[in-house]
Design a binder for this molecule. Structure first.
Ligand code: FAD
Ligand code: NAI
Length: 475
């Protein structure tokens, strides 16, 4: 007889492992299946985020930022060094250690919460007597059964049909995180989040980086003023960003990659680079899941079709994270995982899609929550805007990092905060205050009246809230 569980989670990324833990906390007998393998072939739960996404990219961003500080900014503080060298193998090794700490942490959490972990690929076999049979294909093949199944199989990098990933010269996010030596010339296709983060890593370490972007506008999802500032700052740092291009033939050989493209002006161009990162978005992972066996509905992109509450077309089958609609963000996947576990327990799990923060971990960092100015204009919403530059913030000056600003958008009549946009130091941390404020439906005046520690970067947030009412104190 197959092993029976109350809940089976397929996929152990941030959506899946968090759903499994929450379901176990709620008293269910839970199994989580994940197929990711580490270099030794062992289990490596945590998904894209832990293995080739959020965590390793931030480890490399940190290492490369230290290098840039040492080579460009220490002198301003009176620190002199000898020649500063970067040992790329050591940097990658450190990143791998950070990844392993996170993998091991998740295995520990499974034990602590009594979640049964299966290392292998999970696929639907059949629906029987109100439950689902799931095959685990791995070292030990077995079939397990549950009435409730949460699919959290994530996403993979989209490739250009003409230039498949070989992870040697044409790299996805996976290869981009384990380049063995700093390439002299690095090409990136797509100036989205991965292109900017990974382009920044290798630029800081000395690569000449050119980013080719199809869209005529830069960072279209961000507030226009932030995107404009970011383009100016990244260009000044040395990232070459070409917008509105059309990619043509891509030839890769021993010497590198040659990318033919048409520029925005319609001129035929060629970019020759040692390595090419292709970061043009991601596709949902449903291959191997065998959704047909139970009639699980997918959309034309291959994503699992769900409603607002992550219910699929099948009773008892849920899907969360990158494999469903919505932004492909780890914290969105986690929130959906928690909410689904709570719904299974008959509780009222809820995800507020309007207050999901976005962060781009470049330098300066970019973070936002809520509506952009262009969205409010398009929706015909009457709003007030307030902005405060880090140049006028004491802590930013002491840090030596004064680029960027905080911008508030508030309803013209009620003063309710509709969006907060930050480009500047530690924007990833500063945005939390705005998320909390928006969750509590705060007004800009609420933030302006709250005491913020001095000297801190968060004072720029308070000042931007004051700016909505045109009464900044320090600018
Ligand atoms: P995943 O993390 O993709 O996990 C899915 C898991 O399921 C994987 O382990 C996969 O092997 C497994 N799986 C798939 N099919 C099966 C099957 N049939 N059986 C068993 N297991 C299966 N997001 C942020 O919020 N912040 C960031 O800073 C950030 N940085 C990123 C940087 C990069 C380079 C990339 C690529 C992504 C980044 N993301 C970031 C996005 C984030 O990684 C994803 O949104 C997140 O991992 C989605 O979580 P998930 O659980 O839905 O899927
Ligand atoms: P993306 O959607 O952020 O950016 C892709 C870019 O490629 C877009 O600007 C798009 O216009 C461009 N593009 C698409 N096709 C193209 C073509 N043929 N030629 C030239 N340009 C083309 O996708 P990306 O960077 O691959 O990242 C995938 C997802 O991973 C992100 O959307 C995000 O959800 C997640 N992520 C999140 C991070 C974070 O939260 N800090 C960091 C990295 C990734």
């Amino acid at each position: 007889m197959s092993k029976q569980f109350d809940v089976v989670v397929i996929g152990g990324g941030p959506g899946g492992y968090i759903a499994a833990i929450r379901a176990a906390q709620l008293g269910f007998n839970v199994a989580c299946i994940d197929e990711w393998k580490n270099a030794a072939g062992g289990p490596a739960p945590g998904g894209t985020c832990t293995n080739v996404g959020c965590i390793p990219s931030k480890a490399l961003l940190q290492s490369s930022e230290h290098f840039e500080h040492a080579t460009h900014h220490f002198a301003e503080h009176g620190i002199s060094t000898g020649e500063v060298k970067m040992d790329v193998a050591k940097m990658i090794g450190r990143k791998d250690t950070v990844v392993k700490q996170n993998n091991d942490g998740i295995l520990y959490l499974f034990k602590k919460n009594k979640v049964t972990f299966f290392h292998g690929r999970g696929s639907f076999v059949a629906a029987k007597d109100g439950a689902y049979e799931i095959k685990v294909a791995g070292k030990d093949e077995e079939v397990i059964t549950a009435k409730q199944v949460i699919v959290a199989t994530g996403s993979s990098a989209r490739q250009l049909p003409t230039a498949p990933f070989d992870e040697e010269t044409i790299l996805s996010n996976d290869g981009a995180l384990r380049v063995g030596a700093v390439p002299k010339k690095l090409g990136v296709i797509g100036s989205g989040v991965i292109g900017l983060e990974m382009g920044s890593v290798w630029r800081r370490l000395g690569a000449e980086v050119t980013i080719l972007e199809a869209m005529p506008t830069f960072l279209g999802a961000a507030d226009e003023s932030v995107a404009k500032e970011a383009l100016k700052l990244f260009t000044k740092q040395g990232l070459k960003i070409e917008l509105g291009v059309k990619i043509g033939d891509i030839k890769s050989g021993k010497k590198g990659v040659s990318i033919a493209y048409t520029s925005a002006k319609g001129e035929a161009q060629t970019l020759d680079v040692d390595k090419l990162i292709v970061s043009i978005g991601r596709v949902p992972n449903t291959v191997g899941l065998n959704p047909e066996s139970v009639g699980l509905k997918l959309d034309e992109r291959g994503a699992i079709v769900v409603d607002d509450e992550c219910r699929t077309n099948l009773p008892g089958v849920w899907a969360v994270g990158d494999v469903v609609r919505g932004p492909m963000l780890a914290h969105k996947a986690e929130e959906e995982g928690v909410a689904v576990a709570e719904r299974i327990a008959g509780q009222h799990g809820h995800v507020n899609f309007a207050t999901i923060p976005w962060v781009i971990y470049t330098s300066p960092e970019i973070a936002w929550v809520g509506k952009t100015e262009q969205q409010l204009k398009a929706e015909g919403v009457a709003y007030k805007a307030g902005q405060f530059p880090f140049l006028a913030n004491g802590r930013a000056r002491a840090l030596g990092d004064t680029s960027g600003f905080v911008k508030f958008l508030a309803d013209a009549k009620t003063d309710e905060i509709l969006g907060v946009h930050i480009i500047g130091p530690m924007a990833s941390e500063l945005i939390s205050e705005a998320v909390v404020a928006m969750e509590f439906k705060a007004s800009a005046e609420d933030i302006a009246r709250i005491c913020h520690a001095h000297p801190s970067l968060s004072e720029a947030t308070k000042e931007a809230a004051l700016a909505v009412d045109k009464r900044t104190l320090n600018f």
